[in-house]
Design a binder for this molecule. Sequence first.
Ligand SMILES: C[S@@+](CC[C@H](N)C(=O)[O-])C[C@H]1O[C@@H](n2cnc3c(N)ncnc32)[C@H](O)[C@@H]1O
Length: 330
Amino acid sequence: MSTDDTTTTTETEESTGKCGASATDETSSESACGGSSSSTDSSTSACGASSDTESEANEEAEEVGATVDDFDADPGTLVAVGLGPGQPEGMTDRAKAALADAEHIVGYTTYIDLIPDDITDDAEDIYDTPMCGEVSRTEEAIDRALAGNHVAIVGSGDPNVYALAGLALEITESKGAMASMLDFEVVPGVPAAQSCGARLGAPLVNDSVSVSLSDHLTPMDEIESRLHAVAGEGFTIAIYNPWSRKRRENFETACEILLDHRDEDTPVGIVHGAGREDEEVEITTLGELESYGETDLVDMTTTIVVGNDETYVFDDRMVTPRGYETKYDY
Ligand SMILES: C[S@@+](CC[C@H](N)C(=O)[O-])C[C@H]1O[C@@H](n2cnc3c(N)ncnc32)[C@H](O)[C@@H]1O
């Protein structure tokens, strides 16, 4: 099944490490799943590429292996859990409960590290990969569930926002399995747009859209036409995946497109690492935005919120009026 679908846009983090899955118990060099041919051998991940984002590494090489017929056990369960922005207080109780119930927790190492230790300590097995391999990691989670385990696959923010919930369903389908066999469930988390919007004040109160500048799964000309469309329609825009070494030009192009449609004084909020130790927040203008591209503030853990024609800055907070002032006196 093709993964070239924007709903399966990938996890991305700034990193230059090489990929090699690790597990935290004795099974660390082998997949715990019972599939006959597709188990991801964590010591020999197919990914050897060095890349500055997980998603840019090597998805072409990944193929889905075992089918549902390769598993003899009664299926377990699979839950996609959104961790929210980063700190444990930002996780929902439901997310914590779903993780506490899981026997196996699967995820990108950075995201696994966001989970409170008391939860990971209680899990039977943690399967984490430092970078790349989101297809094989998702398949690993599904295979473990098909082999009878209760599995949680985790990601930052919400599983439905440029994350792995869609990929999990697509791979489940391609294996000939059914979502219902695994009691597949998505546990939402606070998406970056919302956690970053909160840091900035109230920039997203009216119609808004998210655009990812990652051209890993969506061609840049398509991203450009989407940006033209939404910037021209006056939405407040949350920009995900704004910059990486390989995406310098995408960021510059995006700034130029936004300036085609909006005044250079338009307020722009930049939030790096919302809810994490290195959180930084800055409010600037659209005219200045491009100059932040080469600073530490803008990278793959940054979300940028571009105001609409009505957005203004009040006491260091962005405000996008919803229109109450047109109906009420205050
Ligand atoms: C692949 S997307 C994952 C989005 C995630 N599923 C969500 O709901 O927020 C990764 C992008 O989310 C944004 N992001 C994730 N965590 C963030 C954080 N703590 N602070 C700011 N932006 C963040 C960045 O734009 C990053 O490049």
